[in-house]
Design a binder for this molecule. Structure first.
Ligand code: SF4
Length: 281
């Protein structure tokens, strides 16, 4: 049972080094979707909660009022919504904190980028079309339902997400289909390009082998395909093999992007380097 708490916070506009905005805004703390590979689980604030990730959501009730005040002081031009939570998760259906935040951003001419994997965003299309939503990174994937049940059982289905991406693109919004995590021998890269004809760019994030739950993640992948055991064992401990496998996936992505005439970008996690991303495009 998810614990939903109504809380107040001291600050809503937080400076960031992520190059998608000057500040990040997270209307909620916690996330009902509880993806096994979620990087937010490693945050200090999450450790301090001492509750399992995915089992609580703090609704930041005073976020809209705070935002009005902080915009006056900080005068942001660009912000990123949803760096450590899902802004359109089920709590949003009740509380509409994200909606109020977007309205305030519009009223103050602040442009924003959204990170999401929730089709509930479709409810806000008229708002998003008012001109300040600069980009939506919409996370999706295409592994089979049995694996999805093991890795992210509570997130929306890939079919619903893909439908939402197509709908948002048809509405003229800038949407980046974001395939994450790309899993070697599992993710179908061809499908990544063929599904979104209207998207100019498709982005990919490789599975981060430095996540603290990586052994559990691999255990679940092997439940679906035990024949991959030897390959994953070597991937975990052999730096050269690790780099070669990802290089092969990079080359395949490049070939497919050329074929489909799409831009692409790949976020990689090098062997043994937690959170040190690099990217190619
Ligand atoms: S939807 Fe995003 S924030 Fe929520 S658990 Fe999944 S990866 Fe983490």
């Amino acid at each position: 049972m998810i614990e939903i708490s109504e809380v107040t916070i001291d600050r809503i506009l937080n400076p960031t080094s992520i190059d998608l905005g000057e500040y990040v805004i997270n209307p909620y703390m916690g996330c009902e979707y509880s993806c096994m590979y979620c990087y937010v689980k490693s945050n200090k604030a999450v450790y301090k909660k001492k509750k399992p990730w995915g089992m609580y959501v703090n609704v930041r009730m005073n976020a809209p009022a705070l935002l009005e005040k902080e915009i006056e002081m900080k005068r942001p031009k660009t912000v990123l919504l949803g760096s450590t939570t899902e802004c359109f998760q089920p709590a949003e259906h009740t509380y509409h904190i994200t909606k109020q935040i977007i309205e305030i951003l519009h009223n103050n001419n602040v442009s924003y980028v959204i990170l999401t994997r929730s089709p509930y965003i479709l409810e806000y299309i008229p708002l998003l079309k008012q001109g300040f939503c600069s980009k939506i990174y919409f996370t999706t994937n295409n592994f089979n339902n049995d694996l999805k049940q093991l890795l992210e059982p509570k997130s929306p289905s890939f079919a619903a997400r893909n439908h939402a991406i197509i709908k948002l693109l048809e509405e003229g919004l800038t949407v980046i289909p974001y395939f994450s995590p790309v899993i070697p021998w599992i993710t179908n890269l061809k499908g990544a390009f063929s599904s979104f004809t209207k998207a100019k760019c498709v982005e990919f994030e490789f599975l981060n082998f430095n996540l603290k739950d990586i052994h559990e993640i691999i255990h679940n992948i092997l439940q679906i395909d035990p024949s991959l055991k030897r390959s994953f064992d070597v991937l975990l401990y052999d730096k050269d093999f690790y780099r070669q496998i990802w290089r092969n996936i990079e080359m395949e992505t490049e070939t497919l992007a050329t074929l489909w005439k799409k831009d692409f970008k790949i976020y990689k996690h090098d062997f043994g380097k937690f959170f040190e991303n690099s990217y190619s495009q």
